[in-house]
Design a protein around this ligand. Structure first.
Ligand SMILES: [Zn+2]
Ligand SMILES: [Zn+2]
Length: 364
């Protein structure tokens, strides 16, 4: 497999071409595609291909052309707003659901944060692009660099001739020491990433352009800082085989401090019994039945919520088998419903629905 190590644009890059909330051809089309899938709840790709153009014609100013219907959903798949099953059934993810929810209510800053948080997950190839043998290094590197270059920003030339060729964290060793971007090797200009992705991020005001240089937009700066200030460059790189959710979990460990005392507190509260079934006894450890602490709403979801997930009310005690089941089972529905009901007050207080919890675990 001959990978070309160069940052690529995800699909036909621009799915938003104006600030969120402004009506434009691409914005309306993308929102309509999300609405269509949400209305259907689940839709096979075959049905999507048959129906989407008519749906767009009836609900937007879509002009019929011969573009492939999959182009309408692939960038959304890339962003993780959609998921596709092995049997090619499309549905919204929790994040896609929330994004659309806030969009319909006109809460566009929240929508922007969802895009930022989803870009944080995105790697290339991913499920939307798995047949394509090219390499897109993650957006997280772009954002981390933009944070470090807060004062001067990044130039178009840097993006087209250097950034797109970054291949591994070693490429940034000299930069980390000397804070000098010119030390990063230059190659031929390649501007598709710049013209599609970077400009699209400017269009939706995640990035800001001043004198041909790029900066993080003010109203989202703090969110970018929260995501990346504790992460090293080396932790931002990963190989093709890294699964999205492994990545989420690994990143969440570096990003969010957990208080080990809360786990102890939860175990004492639960009397060292498995909360799925109190009869699941294991062995004695330090004189009590061995159980493990588990965050019911996974810590990697912290970026999408303003309440603290490292909270004793969000921690439950599980026997090792139940703990494995929740992380590895193909069918987590029954066990998740049980966990959801353990602390309904916490879930309700924070607006977490039972189906939200199910969706959070689809790839954990
Ligand atoms: Zn766990
Ligand atoms: Zn158990």
């Amino acid at each position: 497999m001959a990978n070309i190590y160069r940052w690529q644009a995800p699909g036909n890059g621009k799915i938003f071409d104006k600030p969120l909330g402004e009506s434009s051809y691409m914005n309306s089309r993308t929102i309509a595609v999300l609405r269509y899938i949400q209305e259907k709840v689940k839709v096979s790709q075959v049905e999507f291909n048959l129906e989407i153009k008519t749906y767009l014609k009836n609900s937007t100013d879509y002009r019929e052309n011969n573009s492939t219907p999959s182009h309408f959903f692939r960038p959304l798949l890339f962003l993780g707003f959609l998921k596709i099953s092995r049997s090619k059934v499309l549905e919204l993810t929790l994040e896609g659901d929330k994004f659309l929810h806030f969009y319909e209510r006109g809460e566009y800053l929240k929508c922007k944060k969802y895009i930022l948080n989803q870009l944080d997950n995105s790697t290339y190839p991913n499920i939307a692009t798995k047949d394509i043998k090219l390499q897109l290094f993650p957006f997280r590197i772009l954002f981390k660099l933009l944070l470090q270059e807060r004062k001067n920003g990044l130039s178009k030339e840097f993006i087209c001739e250097q950034l797109v060729y970054l291949r591994e964290s070693d490429d940034l060793v000299l930069y980390e020491k000397q804070h000098d971007l010119s030390k990063i090797a230059k190659k031929d200009e390649y501007d598709k990433f710049y013209s599609w992705v970077i400009n699209s991020l400017v269009n939706i005001e995640i990035l800001e352009r001043k004198n041909r240089r790029y900066f993080i937009a003010d109203d989202i700066y703090e969110d970018v800082e929260n995501l990346y200030r504790n992460l090293s460059f080396s932790s931002l790189f990963f190989n093709d085989e890294t699964l999205l959710c492994q990545l989420d979990t690994k990143t969440a460990h570096e990003r969010y401090k957990r208080d080990p005392r809360l786990i102890v507190e939860a175990k004492i509260r639960d009397n060292f019994t498995c909360q799925v079934d109190k009869n699941h006894t294991t062995f004695l450890s330090k004189g009590v039945n061995y159980v493990e602490g588990h965050h019911v709403i996974p810590m990697f979801q912290q970026k999408n919520y303003s309440f603290n997930l490292d909270d004793v009310d969000n921690i439950t005690s599980l026997c090792p088998t139940c703990h494995r089941e929740i992380h590895s089972s193909d069918d987590k529905e029954a066990i998740l419903n049980k966990l959801y009901n353990l602390n309904l007050a916490f879930m309700h207080l924070n607006g977490i629905l039972q189906e939200d919890l199910q969706k959070m675990y689809y790839c954990v």
